[in-house]
Design a protein around this ligand. Structure first.
Ligand SMILES: Nc1ncnc2c1ncn2[C@@H]1O[C@H](COP(=O)(O)OP(=O)(O)O)[C@@H](O)[C@H]1O
Ligand SMILES: [Mg+2]
Length: 330
C-alpha cells in the first residue's frame, strides 16, 4: 500500500517559490490501477516522482508498506526503489544498447547472476511480446515497441508497484490501447499495483479502477472510477469527464432540464420509457452518456419534461421514489 500524507512540494525559482503540490493525501491499495488525471502543470509528474523520491517532498510523508521513505537512509531507499518500476512518455531507453541489454540494465545494477539475467530477460520479453526483438536497437523500433521494452525493463526486478507518467501520451490511439491492455494484463497476472498519470480521460476509462483528479497542486476529488465518473463534483472533473455535457448545456433550450446520474445502484432497466408510461408525461432525452460496468448503468442523462410545473413535479417525485439521483440543470 502507498500512502501519501500531507505531501507538499515547492520548487525554488528566480521569480519566487513555485508550489507543485500542497496538502496531497492519497492511498493506493495493493492491486489498484490508480489513475491520476489533471491538466498540464497541475502537479502530476511531481506527485509521481515523489512516490519513489526521485523528487524529495518539501514536507509530508511517503509511506510504502508501512515504511516512510522520507525517513530512510540512502542505501535503503535504493533497495525500496527496486520494488517500484517506472515508465515515461519518452521511453528513456539506452540507444546504444540492444533491447535485451536495456532490460538487462537494472539486473546488472542489482548484481543478478548472468544466467539468471538471461532467463529473466527471456521471460520479460515474452510478457511484453517482443521475443523476436531481443537483438534490435531502440532506433529500429516503433513507439509502442519502445514502450514495451521500457515496461520489460521496469519489471525486471519484479517490482510490486509500477509508476507510469504519461506512458501513452506519445502514442497513437491504437498503440495506446495495446499498451493499456498490457498494463492491465500485468496488473492481473503479476499482481503489480499500477499508478497511471495522464491528461486523457480515455486512459482512465479504459483501465483504471480508481481515479484522483488533481488541479492546481491539489487532489480535488478521488474514488472509484465508476463513482467519480457518474457524479463529478469539482469544476475541473466535470470539464474532464463530461465536456460534451458542459458544452451542450451552455446553450439553453429554455425548458427546465434534469441531469440524471446513474452510479450503479440500479439494475439496467428502461427507466425513461417506464417513467413516460407510468406517468403519461412526455420526456425528451437531450443528452445521454451512460455506460455499463458489471451490468449496471453509470453515467449521465439530461432530460426535459414537456408540460408545466405539475408534470415536472410528477417526474421529480417519480425519480425520488425510484431512488434515482438527479440535479436540476440551471
Ligand atoms: N524542476 C522544477 N523546477 C521548478 N518548477 C518546476 C519543476 N518541475 C515542475 N515545476 C513546476 O511545478 C508545477 C507542476 O509541474 P508538473 O508536476 O510537471 O505538472 P504536470 O506533470 O501535471 O504537468 C508547474 O508549475 C511546473 O512549472
Ligand atoms: Mg507531467
Amino acid at each position: 500500500m502507498i500512502q501519501l500524507v500531507n505531501l507538499e512540494k515547492t520548487y525554488p525559482s528566480k521569480s519566487g517559490a513555485v508550489t507543485a503540490l500542497k496538502g496531497v493525501n492519497l492511498t493506493v491499495e495493493d492491486g489498484d490501477i490508480y489513475g491520476i488525471i489533471g491538466l498540464s502543470g497541475a502537479g502530476k509528474s511531481t506527485l509521481v516522482r515523489c512516490i519513489n523520491l526521485l523528487e524529495k517532498p518539501t514536507s509530508g510523508n511517503v509511506i510504502i508498506d508501512g515504511e516512510d521513505l522520507t525517513k530512510v537512509k540512502r542505501a535503503r531507499l535504493l533497495e525500496i526503489r527496486r520494488n517500484i518500476g517506472m515508465i515515461f512518455q519518452q521511453f528513456n531507453l539506452l540507444d546504444q544498447r540492444t533491447v535485451e541489454d536495456n532490460v538487462r540494465f537494472p539486473l546488472e545494477i542489482a548484481k543478478v547472476k548472468r544466467e539468471e539475467q538471461d532467463e529473466r530477460i527471456a521471460s520479460l520479453l515474452k510478457i511484453v511480446k517482443l521475443e523476436d526483438k531481443a537483438k534490435a536497437y531502440p532506433s529500429q523500433l516503433s513507439g509502442g515497441q519502445k514502450q514495451r521494452v521500457a515496461i520489460a525493463r521496469a519489471l525486471a526486478t519484479s517490482p510490486k508497484y509500477l509508476l507510469c507518467d504519461e506512458a501513452t501520451s506519445a502514442l497513437d490511439p491504437q498503440t495506446t490501447e495495446s499498451i493499456l491492455d498490457l498494463l492491465k494484463e500485468i496488473n492481473k497476472t503479476l499482481g503489480v499495483t499500477v499508478i497511471i498519470i495522464t491528461h486523457e480521460m480515455k486512459v482512465i476509462e479504459k483501465i483504471c479502477t480508481k481515479v484522483a483528479v488533481i488541479d492546481h497542486s491539489n487532489i480535488v476529488e478521488n474514488g472509484r472510477v465508476s463513482e467519480v465518473f457518474a457524479d463529478p463534483k469539482s469544476d475541473i472533473a466535470k470539464q474532464l469527464i463530461i465536456p460534451d455535457l458542459i458544452r451542450y448545456t451552455a446553450h439553453k433550450t429554455g425548458d427546465r432540464q434534469l441531469r440524471l446520474v446513474f452510479n450503479g445502484e440500479l439494475t439496467d432497466r428502461p427507466l425513461i420509457s417506464a417513467l413516460a408510461k407510468d406517468l403519461g408525461v412526455a420526456v425528451n432525452i437531450l443528452y445521454a452518456d451512460t455506460k455499463n460496468y458489471d451490468g449496471r448503468p453509470y453515467g449521465h442523462m439530461v432530460i426535459t419534461v414537456a408540460g408545466g410545473q405539475a408534470e415536472f413535479d410528477k417526474v421529480v417525485k417519480y425519480l425520488d421514489q425510484n431512488g434515482i439521483n438527479y440535479k436540476e440543470q440551471l
